[in-house]
Structure formats: structure tokens, C-alpha cells
Write a protein that binds this ligand. Sequence first.
Ligand code: ADE
Length: 231
Amino acid sequence: SKLIGIMGAMTEEIELFLEAMTDVKKNVRAGITFYQGRLYGSDVVLCQSGVGKVNASVCTQILIDDYQVKYIIFTGVAGGVAPELNIGDIVISTECQQHDIDASPVGFKKGEIPFAETSVFAADPYLIKLAESYRPEDETIQVVKGKVLSGDQFIADPEQVAELYKTFNGSCVEMEGAAVAQVCHLNQIPFVIIRSLSDKADREAKVNFTEFTKVAAKRSYELVNHMLKQW
Ligand code: ADE
């Protein structure tokens, strides 16, 4: 079959999914609650990983080992990095990279995982294809494909954003995607990260994140719904 793991980090990122699910069975592992059930004709396991790369990694490995999910979709919000993107726009990951790994004193590039075969993890072409046919009702919302950057930092500084854009050419920045991507790569599980912008990772990020997380999380949810209905 095609059991699908759906992950979010925060309550706002998973609650709409949980409301829409049927036949829900609940299980807790490593402090994370997993909701097994049905959603738009698919068998899914929904979970709230918690924030950051460690939480995301643990959660991803449990989805793979204990639930044998065949695909993983991460849904949630991010800060904008590409200057043409606005709050509410949606990014479909083409690839993911950790922006905060840095062994440059011993000769590795910033963002490079020492001794690993790759540090940039490609999302699954089929999942990207399911996602990119989405057309929001509001035609002012941009839906783009791009690189998702992740680190254990909430970015709220325009100079840091400019640096991330220049160094890694990211579309958005968040705190889980590249960890999910790396664990999926290690286990050969197809994944995609869907993120709608709650803020632009600048001086207004704190205020905007508070105001726009709910609406951005809903936009990501709508896109993932579209994917499930296409499947
Ligand atoms: N998630 C949403 N906005 C973010 C930001 N500015 N930095 C990191 N993660 C985020």
C-alpha cells in the first residue's frame, strides 16, 4: 500500500489535518503523538514532531521504522529568503540543506556535512509533481518550487537573510525540513517539504510570525489536501 506520513512541527501546522481525519488511532512514542487514520482516501500517519532538527529527525525515523510509511510530507510555515516571495506564498521543496552546519575551520564548506556523500537532499519528483499542479483560489498567492534551508535558529535579521540567499540560494528558511530530508535520504524514503511563508525572516519576523502562522499553515494544508486528492 502507500501509507503516507504527514509531519508538522507545531500545533497550528497539524490541527486542520487532525480535524479532517477519520478512523483515528492514537499512539505515543518518544514523547511524540502519532495519529493513524484516513484522509481524503489515503491511509496516513499524522504527527507533531516539535520544533528543530533533532525532534524532526527522531520523528521521521519513527514514521519509517514503526509505521513503515512509504512517503513523507512535511507541512508548515517558514520565513521567506528569496526577495520576490511574500507572506502567504507557498514553497514546494526541490531540495533541502542545513544552513547551520559549519565545519569550515577544518576545510569544509558552510552547509557541508563532513564526509557525507551529499549535503543537499533532493525531494521526490512524483511528490513535487502532485504538489505543483495546485492552483490557489486566490490568484495573488505565488506557488513556487525552490530550495528549503533549515537550521536550529529562528531567523529575524535581513543581513542574515541576504547571506543565506547568497550562500545557499534558498527560497525559504525553517527549522526541520533538511533534517527530515536527510533521514529520508538515509532510509531511501521519498519526501517533499511544503511551506507557506509566515514572515520574511527580517526585523518584522517576530510580529508577522505571530500574526500570520495560522493563515500560512492553512495554505500549506490546502496544498497537501490537493496532493492527497490527486494521488
Ligand atoms: N519558521 C517560520 N519563520 C521562520 C524564521 N524566520 N526562521 C526560522 N524558522 C521559521
